[in-house]
Design a protein around this ligand. Structure first.
Ligand code: DAH
Length: 340
């Protein structure tokens, strides 16, 4: 018995811990009701009364030793974890969680869609590789008419009837041919033109086409829709101005200007000192276009518009070079928060 007590005493003294779980292990092994020391107390019940007195004393000393060691262990672990905390400089910045950002053109596109969806417009899609009929003829561009040269077209060499669409107006045609009026849709997408790349022009860019065809749609509907859009997009104090223009597929046609966001009409180099900047082309859908799509112009009328996503993004964020959108320079892209 004596030897057993001695052995456990050595175990208690030798016990080392370096984490919290070790302290609990010590308690279970030596101090708890089912621990080794309780076992020894059980054991001395079976020794002679004379021996029991002496053994009891030794055992009580062992119990006290274990309890004070337990306290010691608890304290040392606690101060160790406090110490660990002080090893960190809590004022240092954390490692940033880089989540990436949306492309600014997408942010503008999302916002345009959001505004028009609230007015009941659907979002439609069409092909970027198009035939001459959908890109030009159906839109009332006469054969061999100089209007076709207004847009420098990329033709497919083997088949000049196939081209890269020069505008999103082709989707108007596909929509009107495939389905029955009324239509209320916007059609965002990429378009291509054979232009020299500069700060103000690129060989590909993005447009949003709009089309509203129903009974009794008039110019006032067009004007109010675009006025609402301008205020939502650029702020409630934004004004719009319509300038007479020409597009083969609309009659009458108008260019939409907004009051300059930068100088508020006073004149600056963004608005070329006019106080106005152009954001869209628009007009009343030409009867020939409706006819080409099998819609009776006596029964239905409509308005259409087309705007450049790059242009609107440049105005929103004061960006002065179109090339930045396609260079993928992370220093440019990361400036745009994922909020539209
Ligand atoms: N398609 C024209 C362009 O590429 C933009 C445009 C003007 C679209 C007037 C329209 C419109 O739907 O009515 O520049």
């Amino acid at each position: 018995m004596k030897e057993r007590i001695e052995q456990i005493r050595n175990e208690v003294l030798a016990f080392l811990v370096d984490e919290k779980a070790g302290v609990e292990k010590f308690r279970l092994e030596f101090i708890s009701k089912k621990g080794k020391i309780s076992e020894l107390f059980e054991g001395i019940k079976s020794v002679t009364a004379g021996d029991r007195k002496e053994l009891g004393k030794v055992l009580n000393e062992l119990k006290q030793l274990a309890e004070s060691k337990f306290k010691e262990l608890q304290e040392s672990i606690e101060s160790k974890s406090n110490h660990d905390l002080t090893d960190f400089d809590l004022t240092l910045p954390t490692i940033p969680n880089k989540t990436g950002s949306h492309h600014p053109l997408n942010l503008t596109r999302y916002r345009i869609i959001e505004i028009f969806e609230r007015l009941g417009f659907n979002v439609e899609d069409g092909p970027e590789i198009e035939d001459d009929w959908h890109n030009f003829t159906a839109l009332n561009f006469p054969e061999n008419h100089p209007a076709r040269e207004m847009q420098d077209t990329f033709f497919i060499e083997k088949n000049p009837d196939i081209l890269l669409r020069t505008h999103t107006s082709n989707v108007q045609i596909r929509l009107m041919k495939d389905r029955k009026p009324p239509f209320r849709a916007i059609m965002p997408g990429r378009v291509y033109r054979n232009e020299a790349i500069s700060a103000r022009a690129h060989c590909f860019f993005h447009q949003v086409e709009g089309l509203y065809v129903d009974k009794n749609v008039g110019f006032s509907d067009l004007k109010q829709t675009l006025y609402h859009f301008a205020k939502e997009m650029f702020g409630k104090d934004t004004k719009i101005r319509l300038r007479p223009s020409y597009f083969p597929f609309t009659e009458p046609s108008a260019e939409i200007d907004i009051s300059c966001l930068i100088c508020h009409g006073k004149g600056c180099n963004v608005c070329k000192y006019s106080g106005w900047v152009e954001i869209a082309g628009s007009g009343i859908v030409h009867p020939n276009v409706l006819r080409h799509c099998g819609i009776d112009p006596e029964e239905y009328t409509g308005f259409a518009f087309g705007m450049g996503i790059e242009r609107i993004t440049m105005l929103r964020h004061s960006i002065n070079d179109l090339r930045l959108f396609s260079e993928n320079d992370i220093r440019f892209l990361k400036q745009f928060k994922s909020v539209y």
